[in-house]
Ligand binder design. Sequence first.
Ligand code: NZQ
Ligand code: ZN
Length: 399
Amino acid sequence: MAFNFQYYSPTKVIFGKGTEAEIGNLVLEQGAKKVLIHYGGKSALKSGLIDRVKTSLDQSGIAHVELGGVVPNPHIEKVYEGIELCKKENVDFILAVGGGSVIDSSKAIAYGLAYNGDVWELFSKEKQVKATGCYPVGVILTISAAGSETSNSCVITKASTGCKRSYNDNIARPKFAVMNPELTMTLPDYQTQSGCTDIMMHTMERYFTNGGNMELTDSLAEALLRTVIKNAKILHSNPDNYDARAEIMWAGSLAHNDLTGCGNDGGDFASHMLEHEMGGMFDVTHGAGLAAIWPSWARYVYKDCLPRFVRYAKNVMEIHVSESDSDEAIALKGIEAMEDFYHSIGMPVNFKELGIAPTDAQIEEMASSCYNACGGPKGSAKLLDLDDMIQIYKMANVD
Ligand code: NZQ
Ligand code: ZN
């Protein structure tokens, strides 16, 4: 039975070739006077994108300052720097030029500008405080992955402690997202494929549930997942394929703007929570980290969510089923097919392939931190307690 739901996706999408040239008008439309152009390492500078953005803003008469240097798994320390700069320069609009890390850093700056106190309090959960406002954020997307361009989520790491935490609020959904698939053609394949993995996971987290399913939601989810599988493979051998880039980019936004979760119980999201700890402790690429933990999670929980795993095997992985196959056998074939897919696009399926080797003590630390971040047991496919989390990490930590 479908559960009640609200669907709120207010982000204006400007999709296609050359769309970044419209940035001046888009910011003007928002009534902004002075913009912070926020970006990451060197990629947006090297491609000339930042220069094109400045030219467009200049043509629209919009003042701007810039702050680069956002790292993957973005740091709260950079957020503090952004808040100070925006206050000093009277910035009233944050423009993220980059991927999930830059967008999340921008959202955190936007929260911080409206918050009377240390913005990390929103993320650490220690004080259980809520955002008191959020400055407007716009996005020029350069990597299809996190879906932050349309999501209500923001994920930040405190570098000094390796603590990675998320904060979700609809007020942070970007005002607009400029999506030109061509901008993603400079990505290394590992980043493209990590992005594809993350996109799939955002929908899979909503798909593997034990409550509130709708046929339309399932069909949308399955179509999205099949589309990403097909086009991730195309990009692995032909990274300049514009149509494949376009399919992946649009899938990335729809996978995480809640469309593929309408009517369910809010999703599972245990794999994401488990991965955030790996990102905080080992600074791994988010999507690759998800690929490395998912098979262990799936094998641990599938019996508690069998109908969904069977459906996934048939409708997404399109595995051949014989009459003698039990549901459990079909579910396991689906999980194996998923591992084969990850390998086919160069993604890891365990910690060793990811390049990390946590000790038992580190596994217990990650599990305990994950359990705290979840505020207790987590999951819908199977509700995981602390010991379950430890077992899943251990399963992924094969020799
Ligand atoms: O810093 P630069 O030089 O730009 O390099 C980046 C970075 O090294 C590079 N890159 C981006 N666009 C490029 C490019 N390189 C060449 N050409 C381009 N066009 O890619 C690397 C990764 O960038 P990043 O922004 O970190 O990637 P992604 O979009 O995967 O974001 C990951 C972050 O988002 C969080 C993750 O936890 C992680 O911190 N997430 C955010 C979510 C949200 N807000 O809704 C949901 C996700 O589940 C996720 O947790
Ligand atoms: Zn993700």
